[in-house]
Design a protein around this ligand. Structure first.
Ligand SMILES: CC(C)(COP(=O)(O)OP(=O)(O)OC[C@H]1O[C@@H](n2cnc3c(N)ncnc32)[C@H](O)[C@@H]1OP(=O)(O)O)[C@@H](O)C(=O)NCCC(=O)NCCS
Length: 242
């Protein structure tokens, strides 16, 4: 049984046709095609607020029309107004996994969360990550993958803080760098790490190649340290060699 808050998520997804719950008086429900206009608006606003290209992917109505029908995406609603969205989709032939997998039917992809400013800094993204992971886990998925800009501070902190490991650094289709992050949903599959030999690498724009070097040498990012600059803590999975 996969519990989320006080609910058995398998029951939630099976028995309530329209998948609804409340958090802080806000309705959390499955996204529908009618929500796409609002989702595009929030995406555009978010990118304007971030004030820099490459931190968050522009998402068109066509993009949403491709992912919403899978039934894994979520919107937040109050007084008939959409205040945020969170996209997820099963990896498959139309949305290949970011990191190679042997069985793509068991991998879920998280494609981004965006909130209106009044919902920020209240733990929503972390909660929505947990909800989508629990949903994937409840239907037997074993892994979730996602991409995140190394410079999207909130998102990187929330993903790594939710158990995602930084596994690769790639230039995506928009030409900006993204970490590919993975979360092994079944605890027993979670890799264990060498206790010694941790590497700490600051996230500065002119030192991204250092991150590529650690990743290329078999390290994965397992924690983010906050300070005057963010630092990624890299560790090596046990048994991966030196
Ligand atoms: C990204 C987004 C969804 C995060 O929303 P949120 O749930 O409000 O997350 P928060 O802003 O509270 O950030 C989470 C963490 O980052 C930390 N953080 C945020 N900015 C920080 C900064 N500049 N320096 C250090 N830490 C920072 C917060 O303190 C918090 O840490 P904590 O959990 O240890 O307290 C929201 O900011 C948003 O909609 N942004 C626009 C769209 C976007 O960028 N989406 C992400 C792409 S996937």
């Amino acid at each position: 049984m996969v519990m989320f808050d006080d609910k058995d998520i398998a029951m939630w997804t099976r028995e309530e046709a329209d998948h609804r719950l409340y958090r802080q008086d806000i309705l959390v429900r499955t996204a529908e095609l009618d929500d796409i206009e609002s989702m595009v608006r929030i995406n555009v606003q978010s990118i304007e607020i971030l004030g820099e290209d490459g931190l968050f992917m522009p998402m068109s109505a066509d993009f949403f029309a491709g992912v919403v029908p899978s039934g894994f995406s979520i919107v937040l609603e109050k007084d008939d107004e959409i205040l945020g969205y969170s996209v997820a989709v099963p990896a498959g032939h139309s949305s290949p996994a970011f990191f190679p997998v042997t069985d793509d039917r068991r991998v879920g992809l998280l494609f981004g969360t965006a909130l209106v400013p009044q919902l920020m800094r209240q733990g929503w993204q972390k909660w929505l990550i947990k909800l989508r992971l629990a949903t994937f886990q409840s239907i037997g998925y074993t892994e979730a993958q996602c991409t995140v800009s190394p410079f999207n501070v909130s998102s990187l902190i929330n993903l790594v803080g939710s158990g995602f490991q930084i596994s690769a650094l790639k230039l995506l289709l928009d030409g900006y760098p993204r970490f590919v992050v993975r979360n092994f949903l079944n605890g027993s599959d979670q890799e264990s790490f060498e206790a010694t030999g941790k590497r700490r690498e600051p996230l500065s724009r002119d030192r991204l190649s250092q991150h590529e070097d650690w990743l290329g040498a078999g390290y994965v990012g397992v924690a983010i340290e906050k300070g005057t600059e963010l630092v990624v803590v890299y560790s090596k999975p046990r048994g991966s060699g030196t």
